[in-house]
Design a protein around this ligand. Structure first.
Ligand code: COA
Length: 397
């Protein structure tokens, strides 16, 4: 079987962010609770024109440009999201138009809370492994705007952003392992978003427990599959987790290490080596739901790809509700130079800081956004949601 995996990655984040230390002060909470207690220093805030379609389109355009991808070779576009813009028309259909993808292309949206992107990634992997792709590539999008109620416990764990990935044969970044993964599912009410609400409902502490239970279940299934495929249990040198907030990844790693028979001290020592780098970018953006695991992967590659060439890394995806998957991949030879050329972190450097009143005003405008009449905006060439005309959402060309 040919090598199949993630050929290239690009990120898109909103124009602005808030400092969590400032949000903590405004909420009468010690800043250390958000920054150290939750492990997040900045939180991306999406304006009305930066919806899930616009963020995804900007990530995909960047991907095509930086990684020199020919859009006419895309045979499948999947958008994983839990913040869709329509009950019927998928984000992928908007992207198909905005990006000028070929008509001979399958296009759809996947949803299972933060797992939606991984569902699409696994499908893309199987599509290529089965031979159905016939040399074409899949464009896999993860895109979300995470919103909890203002002044709620979940507020400091919001964020927004998109991750675009090309899944193909002979990938330049990460070879995946079709058939070697571990799944876990259980019907729980840890996090959900009713049809009438823009904001998620969450039973926060229960969601942490559900995440850890799912990790144990998925990891044990993966370990068995990995062992059967002949891999040694110590072959994993780095681990990326779904990151609703940085501390969750630390809790996850401790849990996984305890399953491996390690003490808390050993777990914390290996956290520094195996996990910390993957949290650098997420700690500046916050929770981007479906893209969180893949932003963690981008962070790891951004800082360590050259040293990790040929090495195997573990990945854990969790979606509330819940479903989860543990899988692994090997960093490709040459990935160090390729990743450097991609400038993965560049979109984060171009942002501006919002004050807390600015952030609250942006959130206040959220509620009417899906009925807002079209207005012209200055967005410096970025794709933006302009408003609704004749019941149709309109985007910059
Ligand atoms: N300085 C440093 N750390 C502090 C602190 C301070 N002054 N005050 C509290 N902390 C620590 C706590 O000890 C805790 O760390 P621990 O989890 O390692 O024990 C952490 O900060 C969070 O404090 P906690 O009291 O648990 O926060 P909370 O009750 O306000 O809510 C969440 C935390 C994560 C449950 C909440 O933000 C939430 O519901 N988020 C959305 C759901 C989510 O992301 N779920 C994850 C699974 S998908």
């Amino acid at each position: 079987m040919p090598t199949i995996g993630i050929d290239a990655i690009a990120l898109a984040v909103p124009e602005g962010y808030v400092e969590l230390a400032e949000l903590a002060e405004a909420r009468g909470v010690p800043p250390s609770k958000y920054v150290e207690g939750l492990g997040v220093s900045q939180m991306a805030v999406a304006q009305a024109h930066e919806d899930a379609v616009a963020l995804a389109a900007n990530a995909a355009r960047r991907l095509f440009l930086q990684a020199r991808i020919d859009p006419s070779n895309v045979g499948m576009v999947i958008a994983g999201s839990e913040t869709a813009v329509d009950h019927s028309k998928p984000i992928a259909a908007y992207l198909h138009g905005i990006l000028g993808l070929p008509s001979r292309c399958r296009s759809y949206e996947t949803k299972h809370a933060c797992f939606g992107g991984t569902a699409g990634l696994m499908t893309a992997l199987d599509w290529i492994a089965s031979g159905s792709a016939r040399g074409r590539v899949a464009l896999m999008m993860c895109t979300d705007v995470a919103r909890y109620a203002l002044k709620s416990a979940g507020e400091p764990t919001q964020g927004a952003g998109a991750v675009a990935m090309i899944v193909s044969e002979n990938p330049r970044m990460l070879a995946l392992e079709p058939g070697i993964s571990g799944s876990y599912s259980r019907d729980v009410h840890d996090f959900w978003r009713p049809l009438y609400s823009k904001e998620a409902m969450v039973d926060g502490h229960y969601s942490v427990q559900c995440y850890l239970d799912a990790l144990a279940g998925a990891y044990s299934a993966w370990s068995e599959a990995s062992r059967e495929a002949g891999y040694h249990r110590d072959s994993i040198v780095r681990r990326c987790y779904h990151v609703p907030y940085g501390k969750m990844a630390k809790k996850a790693h401790r849990h996984l290490m305890s399953i491996e028979g390690k003490t808390e001290e050993q777990a914390d020592a290996s956290y520094k080596e195996q996990v910390a780098t993957s949290l650098k970018l997420p700690s500046q953006v916050g929770n981007i739901y479906t893209g969180s695991l893949y932003m963690a992967l981008a962070s790891l590659l951004e800082y360590e790809a050259a040293d990790l060439e040929g090495k195997r890394i573990g990945l854990f995806s969790y979606g509330s509700g819940c479903t989860a998957e543990y899988f692994a991949g090997r960093v490709m030879p040459g990935a160090g130079l390729f990743v450097k050329q991609q400038k993965l972190a560049e979109p984060l450097a171009e942002r501006r800081k919002y004050t807390i009143p600015e952030y609250e005003a942006i959130r206040g405008a959220d509620y009417d956004v899906d009925r807002r009449p079209v207005e012209q905006l200055q967005v410096n060439g970025a794709v933006a949601f302009l408003g609704v005309e004749n019941e149709r959402r309109v985007y910059t060309a």
